[in-house]
Write a protein that binds this ligand. Structure first.
Ligand code: ADP
Ligand code: ZN
Ligand code: ZN
Length: 731
């Protein structure tokens, strides 16, 4: 009899799969295996089962173990194959990277299931052993006189006593315990459970999507902030999930930043088990969510970009909230864009996908205008009395700021405090000040590892690099000239907070950035304070811009965005516009009208004109014309070959050789000269990059299929770090 050959994907940087003989395990495609590879034991996934191999008999190794249970079905392999070919990335690595960490490890993946316990019958306390106080307390918590109470979760039992496990074991032995598995995880912030009546626009949108719900159709849901997009998602899910066994996937940028969103889905769709997948879960929670999704038990999966790879056998609809958000792009390993993969997934499964945004990415807008995507509009705020805020610029050339704040803005904040309303100041820079400066010799504190300046964190008396994480004490004198008078220059959130405390000593001021808010609970707590009106002024970074609903917030001040106006990155104005629209959208969400004041030296800039008019469409069309004229994406396609090494000479040699190889391939791909990125050195590595451009994806990929193997075969390819970034968003 012929041996069974398992063709396995492994997490190794080689584009091929690896054959192993199967010696008696029952094996299926999609199951995980343990194999030995180059002297190590690795976890792999069976991609194919055959009976032939090119590996000579005496070299063919035997698979060591096959784990029961398929992690990827045929549909998922189709998706992973697409990724491998689109991103020119090894299929094995793509496959393994799509798994939660626990499934990449060489041990059986046991989820510690969580249970809730109730008594199956009341117990006579007197009959219990006298000295077991914990047991008595637990029984008292589980029954009320002669009747049993609803079940308690492990966490609730643990609050009663740390010795609860022993007590539960005793009750089990007495055969009077009912145990149920806890599937849905903890609920978030409690929000209102009322079901609003959809307005005409919303109904129209839902009808459009549902009229083509059983086939592949990408939709752009373009709706201004507060227009009720989330409500549309919820109602769509209600209809789709009512179908037996259907599952839906909701992608969100960073669920940590929007605890309200998660709890809204939980409370409004409480009849459907919901699993979340994001970075602040523990590995075992993540595994549990993954398994709930892949068995079909979880009907709704909400997650960040990686969850686009969660196996969902009954997937019937995909929703992408804030589709323009750059966090959908993975910035290391396989540099995929979750939105693009989600669209491919929907296409392969022949299901609809709805992408929502108040400021769609130009890529998506472009396709919607070309009618490759359906375009759905929500033009009005959903709460009838809520109006879009008035947006104005404060010309700080004419009305200079003191400590970063112009007199007009200070006046308006004071008015808000008098009226018991809230203000939000947006400054997208954390720390105390962006620069430490010597007034005698003009020295500024540099990072020793990067071509970047160190940010002053005064509270901890530290200088920190926000790019590589380097930290050092604030020096007592200038290392160049010995001048002891070093001063922090410029504004960042901590300094602004301090200024506000000095200006408004009786006001409650809260700062929201990655230094002050370290986890979801901290943010949830703060949001609650804002809702309870225990905060008068919020200061923060873009953490504050997303999705939050602050009914009493009527003023948004934008402190300093001028550097972004003239950034060399061709996407900078698109990003700034969308960020400012987002943060402006926080004002005036209820009855009270909102106002946005932007401090700038360039009030005449076209971006501010568009913002004042609150006209995304006009601005997006203008930006598209510009991109078109320059032949930039989305009119053409980019790929970026990035390389780094300890010396730039090596980088340049690799890139030059890559150019030479490219020139031998006849194609319409344009290859630019090697360049240094803005951040020339990062974490002690010298960096360089090569931009490639093509007018169609087909042309591009035909070229890349020839070029990539040649790059991998270069002598330097194993000596330096390099990566090909398809559709890059950072340069
Ligand atoms: P978006 O996601 O577009 O920002 P939301 O769905 O969060 O908008 O809606 C904004 C606010 O309007 C929320 O407080 C929501 O409860 C409310 N809302 C949404 N749709 C309606 C409606 N049809 N009637 C009344 N209120 C609504
Ligand atoms: Zn000096
Ligand atoms: Zn650094």
């Amino acid at each position: 009899m012929k041996k069974q050959i398992l063709r396995v994907g492994l997490d190794v940087p080689l584009t091929r799969l690896f054959d192993y003989a199967n010696n008696g395990f029952k094996a299926q495609v999609g199951e995980r295996v343990v194999v030995s590879f180059a002297g190590r034991n690795l976890v792999g996934v069976i991609v194919e089962i055959t009976d032939t191999t090119d590996v000579p008999e005496n070299k063919l190794k035997v698979v060591q173990h096959v784990f029961d249970g398929v992690v990827f079905d045929a549909n998922m392999f189709k998706l992973l194959n697409f990724c491998a070919s689109y991103y020119h990335y090894p299929l094995g690595q793509a496959t393994i990277a799509a798994l939660p960490l626990r499934l990449r490890q060489i041990k059986p993946a046991k989820t510690r299931k969580s249970y809730a316990y109730a008594l199956s019958r009341p117990i006579d306390i007197e009959s219990l052993p006298k000295r077991q106080a914990v047991l008595q307390r637990i029984v008292l918590a589980l029954q009320d006189g002669a009747s049993v109470k609803p079940s308690l979760s492990e966490a609730q039992l643990a609050e009663i006593s740390s010795g609860w496990r022993k007590a539960i074991a005793t009750l089990k032995e007495m055969d009077c315990l009912q145990q149920t598995e806890v599937v849905a995880m903890k609920a978030g912030l409690q929000t209102e459970n009322v079901e609003p009546t959809l307005n005409a626009e919303q109904q129209q949108v839902i009808q459009s999507v549902l009229s083509e719900a059983n086939l592949f159709k990408p939709w752009l849901l373009y709706g201004i902030t507060g227009s009720g997009k989330t409500e549309v998602y919820i109602q769509l899910l209600k209809v789709v999930l009512a179908e037996r066994d259907a599952q839906a996937l909701i992608l969100v940028p960073e669920i940590n930043l929007t605890p309200q969103l998660e709890s809204r889905f939980r409370s409004r769709l409480s009849e459907y088990p919901l699993a979340t997948l994001h970075s602040s879960l523990s590995e075992s929670e993540r595994l549990q969510s993954w398994q709930l999704a892949s068995t079909g038990e979880a009907k709704i999966v909400i997650g960040t970009r990686l969850s686009v790879f969660s196996a969902m056998p009954k997937l019937k609809m995909i929703l992408i909230d804030e589709e323009h958000d750059s966090s959908y792009k993975q910035q290391d390993g396989m540099r995929y864009h979750a939105r693009d993969i989600a669209i491919m997934r929907a296409k392969q499964l022949d299901i609809p996908i709805v992408m929502g945004s108040a400021t769609p990415s130009l890529e998506t807008w472009h396709l919607a205008k070309k009618q490759q995507y359906g375009l759905l509009r929500l033009k009005e705020r959903a709460v009838e009395s809520a109006q879009l805020p008035k947006i104005n610029c404060i010309d700080i050339g004419k009305s200079p700021t003191e400590k970063g704040l112009s007199p007009i803005l200070i006046h308006e904040m004071r008015e808000r405090i008098k009226r018991g309303e809230q203000s939000l100041l947006f400054l997208n820079r954390r720390g105390y000040a962006p620069v430490l400066h010597c007034s005698a010799c003009q020295w500024v504190a540099p990072c020793v590892r990067c071509s970047a300046r160190l940010v002053v964190h005064l509270g901890q008396k530290q200088l920190k690099c926000h790019h590589c994480g380097h930290e050092q004490r604030i020096p007592v004198q200038c290392p160049d000239c010995g001048n002891p008078d070093l001063s922090p220059v410029g504004q960042a959130t901590q300094r602004l907070e301090q200024t506000l405390v000095d200006l408004f000593p009786t006001a409650n001021i809260a700062r929201v950035d990655r230094d002050s808010i370290r986890n979801k609970d901290a943010l949830t707590g703060l949001l609650k304070k804002v809702h309870d009106r225990d905060v008068d002024i919020l200061v923060g970074t873009q953490m504050l811009a997303k999705g939050h609903d602050f009914p009493h917030l009527t003023l948004v001040g934008v402190i300093d965005t001028d550097t972004a106006l003239f950034s060399p990155d061709f996407r900078a104005s698109e990003r700034l516009f969308s960020q400012l629209m987002q943060v402006s959208g926080r004002a005036g969400r209820a009855e009270k009208p909102g106002e946005v004041l932007i401090q700038t030296t360039f009030p005449q800039h076209a971006l501010f004109d568009a913002l004042r008019a609150q006209d995304y469409e006009v601005y997006a069309d203008a930006l598209l014309d510009e991109r078109n004229a320059m032949q930039f994406p989305p009119t053409s396609y980019f790929a970026l070959l990035k390389a780094e090494a300890s010396t730039y000479n090596q980088v340049l040699a690799f890139l030059n050789e890559s150019v030479a190889l490219a020139q031998q391939i006849s194609s319409d791909v344009m290859v630019y000269d090697p360049l240094r990125p803005q951040m020339e050195r990062l974490n002690n590595m010298e960096r360089g990059q090569l931009l490639l451009q093509a007018s169609s994806r087909a042309v591009f990929h035909q070229f890349l299929r020839q070029w990539m193997p040649q790059l991998r075969a270069q002598k330097l390819a194993n000596k330096i770090r390099w990566v090909l970034d398809i559709d890059p968003i950072e340069f």
